[in-house]
Design a protein around this ligand. Structure first.
Ligand code: ADE
Ligand code: ZN
Length: 327
């Protein structure tokens, strides 16, 4: 049994991918030609060099450069449909995509243009690529409580079709989770699910805070849980899924290699592990690649690989009927 073919054939879902970070070379080329003033290379060879991951600061530079070219609904639709085409290519049937409205508003993209682009892009994803998309609106944590408040107000006022969850991203060190408690409470009371990043770039205390202060229903990354036996036991007992992004963690140097990634420890402790890409082209990742790397590095059997794909379906915010179709 060829592992690549087996992984391809699994109906997959992606639970942790950032819309801006999902832009591939073709999408960025389209945007760069539309917005020459942004200074992003508009020929393929130069762009491919610009894209090659060097370090975290360089990653942020690429990320901000893409974001700076998102000026209207067309640009958002280009990004969403580019992501949908790539997901379809990998037999990913459903994705929960993180959008950071506060950053777009700061960068001069009007809120109604963002929303219209998301709605239109989502319709094209379904009709032309057969991919179902849902949205997570997240707080850029480094911008503080003001960003938290504005993100919650925007999410709850606009509530676009497909908005299922509320998140928190950005750097973790010096950005306590607890300060965002009121915004998560408001979002949860309005029926949105809580999916903060925690334990990607800081220790297990951040994950405890995400659970206790923000009512986290899944943890974005959660890498550092493996250093805290009580937390491992808690996450296993309460079946809190982790959105593990192995290649992202290697590229940002949170872990030295896939072989050294705590995903093995997480699985050994019975945690609900899902595999995800975070910012795929910027980290040189694909969802199929994450499954293949983890399967070969950990020596997983086919049934164990299939179980990882099922974990993601079950941990998703799809309705029961839609889940059943993918299981
Ligand atoms: N936003 C985009 N990529 C991110 C990452 N790896 N961690 C936190 N926030 C992010
Ligand atoms: Zn992320």
């Amino acid at each position: 049994l060829d592992p690549r073919a087996f992984i391809h054939a699994l109906p997959k879902v992606e639970l942790h991918v950032h819309l801006v970070g999902s832009a591939g070379v073709d999408t960025v080329l389209t945007l760069a030609r539309r917005h020459p003033e942004a200074g992003v290379p508009a020929d393929r060879a130069a762009l491919e060099r610009f894209f090659v991951f060097r370090d975290f600061d360089h990653f942020l530079k690429v990320y901000w450069a893409v974001q700076s070219m998102l000026k209207d609904r067309n640009d958002i639709r280009t990004l969403v449909t580019g992501l949908a085409a790539e997901l379809a290519r990998q037999n990913v049937r459903y994705a929960e995509v993180t959008v950071t409205p506060y950053n777009h508003l700061l960068d001069g993209l009007p809120g109604d243009e963002l929303l219209t682009g998301l709605v239109e892009g989502r319709a094209v994803a379904k009709a032309e690529h057969g991919v179902e998309l849902a949205w997570c609106f997240d707080i850029p944590g480094e911008k503080g409580v003001r960003a938290g408040r504005e993100t919650a107000v925007f999410a709850l006022r606009e509530r676009p079709d497909g908005l299922v969850s509320f998140g928190l991203g950005g750097p973790e060190i010096g950005v306590g989770r607890a300060q965002f408690e009121p915004f998560f409470t408001a979002a949860r009371e309005a029926g949105l699910h809580s999916v903060p990043h925690a334990g990607e770039t800081s220790g297990p205390a951040t994950i405890w805070s995400a659970v206790h202060d923000l009512g986290a229903e899944r943890i974005g990354h959660g890498t550092s849980c493996a250093t805290d036996p009580a937390l491992l036991a808690y996450l296993a007992e309460h079946r809190v899924p982790l959105e593990v992004c192995p290649t992202s963690n290697v590229r940002t140097r949170q872990v030295p290699s896939i072989a050294a990634h705590p995903v093995r420890r997480m699985l050994d402790h019975g945690l609900v592990v899902t595999l995800n890409t975070d910012d795929p082209p910027m980290f040189g990742a694909t969802l199929e690649g994450e499954y293949l790397e983890v399967a070969t590095t950990l020596g997983l059997r086919a049934a164990e690989v299939a179980a990882l794909a099922r974990n993601a379906v079950e941990a998703s915010f799809l309705g029961e009927a839609a889940k059943a179709e993918l299981l």
